[in-house]
Design a protein around this ligand. Structure first.
Ligand code: ADP
Ligand code: TYD
Length: 202
């Protein structure tokens, strides 16, 4: 039996990494074989592309192309083989991030993203996507508290993240069956409960 592909999305600082780690352990406790991964990244080459993407200034189309190059590798080497072996794959970000960041944030024509999406993944889509939604000012405060040096994306303006957030919410409105919006203002235990309930009923 094919496993499920779950992706976590949201603006930087919205709580993806926190709940990604928890979700992976939760699914393992349920007896599932789970592969934890992330984008950009997830493969040896993908992680090298990630390092470039998070640090080097580049044209916005170069950025989109590298995101999808890393994704092609990720699908081929990790995601599709794992699913075929009945494993569940939980990825911190996937293609919704390209629509939200390169499309919404940077203003790249969504038709170009759609063309790359078709090329790289055909009709393949996550079975379930959680969008962690948080006002940008709270996300910014939470990120600042971690003390970690901001990467090339995290140094973007409030307006950029407003557009990214709106783009995620718009996509969730169009695909409510796949994309579930989680209110990240809630406490971590409350969010875990919501994730548990959604997984149990889907
Ligand atoms: P992301 O991976 O989306 O950038 P993180 O999971 O790293 O976000 O969370 C950013 C910071 O916010 C971390 O310090 C984390 O502990 C904290 N955090 C995450 N979720 C919540 C929450 N629901 N309430 C309060 N703080 C949170
Ligand atoms: P992120 O996943 O937030 O990692 P961390 O929590 O370690 O900072 O960082 C990846 C960045 O890449 C994030 O700012 C969003 C960006 N990104 C895109 O712009 N487009 C994409 O398609 C993907 C997958 C990520």
């Amino acid at each position: 039996m094919r496993g499920k592909f779950i992706t976590l999305e949201g603006i930087d600082g919205a709580g993806k990494s926190t709940h990604h780690a928890w979700l992976v352990e939760f699914l393992k406790r349920q007896g599932k074989e789970v592969v934890a991964t992330r984008e950009p990244g997830g493969t040896e080459l993908g992680e090298k592309l990630r390092a470039l993407l998070l640090s080097e200034p580049m044209h916005l189309e170069t950025e989109a192309l590298l995101m999808f190059a890393a994704r092609r590798e990720h699908l081929d080497k990790l995601i599709l083989p794992a699913l075929a072996h009945g494993k569940w794959v939980v990825s911190d970000r996937f293609t919704d991030a390209s629509y939200a960041y390169q499309g919404g944030g940077r203003g790249l024509d969504p038709e170009k993203i759609k063309a790359l999406e078709r090329w790289v993944q055909g009709d393949f889509q996550p079975d379930m996507t959680f969008v962690f939604d948080l006002p940008t000012e709270i996300a910014c405060e939470r990120l600042a508290k971690t003390g970690a040096a901001p990467d090339r994306f995290e140094r973007e303006t409030r307006e950029f993240f407003e557009r990214v957030r709106e783009s995620y919410l718009r996509r969730a409105g169009i695909e409510p069956d796949r994309i579930k919006v989680i209110d990240s203002r809630l406490s971590i235990p409350e969010i875990k409960k919501q994730l548990e309930n959604i997984i149990a009923t889907n």
